[in-house]
Design a protein. Structure first.
Lengths: 115, 111
């Protein structure tokens, strides 16, 4: 299977600042990656589909200008939380979609805390 | 579209107890089915999968059989351990496509 990394694993920032989270596919090229958000003791909520070389597809209710996604290469997608506020504090998880294995592979997650 | 209904938690069991977590789905065709597990503070890991009807996925003592007649993919383990405490997600019928997760089942195993 694929190995997916995320960086950083945790981050604390002040309200109003922007935070960038990286998701890397270490051993496969991935044209499609997904970004999820998880609140404490809740399920994963799909935020957007990240497509290499084109715009991300956002789920209903997710603010595009708030959560900027860039999939500039076949191994890297980034999620930038702009002008972060305490309500953006959450666990953000990415996944890599591989048709070869007909499944998704998940990163370890990034815990964001906005003070 | 495809959907999944998963047994609500939380579930609390004693060590060595038998575990069943129910999962039923609706789907077009016969897609692959997955169970994911999330240990405290971590991301998701694939626990097991079944790619066609009547397949049995198994891993770490867990099993799930893809039953198309009942559209179910229940997760079972004969003797749970404290280390099995985690949240379990039955993933909607999918492959590499977009996944929309159910609520998950939080499992706590007491020694």
């Amino acid at each position: 299977g694929a190995v997916v990394s995320q960086h950083p694993s945790w981050v604390i920032c002040k309200s109003g600042t922007s935070v960038k989270i990286e998701c890397r596919s270490l051993d496969f090229q991935a044209t499609t990656m997904f970004w999820y958000r998880q609140f404490p003791k809740q399920s994963l909520m799909l935020m957007a589909t990240s497509n290499e070389g084109s715009k991300a597809t956002y789920e209903q209710g997710v603010e595009k200008d708030k959560f900027l996604i860039n999939h500039a290469s076949l191994t890297l997608s980034t999620l930038t939380v702009t002008s972060a506020h305490p309500e953006d504090s959450s666990f953000y998880i990415c996944s890599v979609s591989l048709q070869l294995y007909n499944e998704q592979f998940f990163g370890p997650g990034t815990r964001l805390t906005v003070l | 579209g495809n959907s999944v209904t998963q047994m609500e938690g939380p579930v609390t069991l004693s060590e060595e107890a038998f575990l069943t977590i129910n999962c039923t789905y609706t789907a077009t065709g016969y897609p692959s089915l997955f169970w994911y597990v999330q240990y405290p503070g971590e991301g998701l890991q694939l626990l097991l999968k079944a790619t066609k009807a009547d397949d049995k996925g198994s891993n770490k003592g867990f099993e799930a059989t893809y039953r198309k007649e009942t559209t179910s993919f229940h997760l079972e383990k004969g003797s749970v351990q404290v280390s099995d405490s985690a949240v379990y997600f039955c993933a909607p019928p999918s492959g590499a496509q977009k996944l929309v997760f159910g609520q998950g089942t939080r499992l706590t195993i007491n020694p």
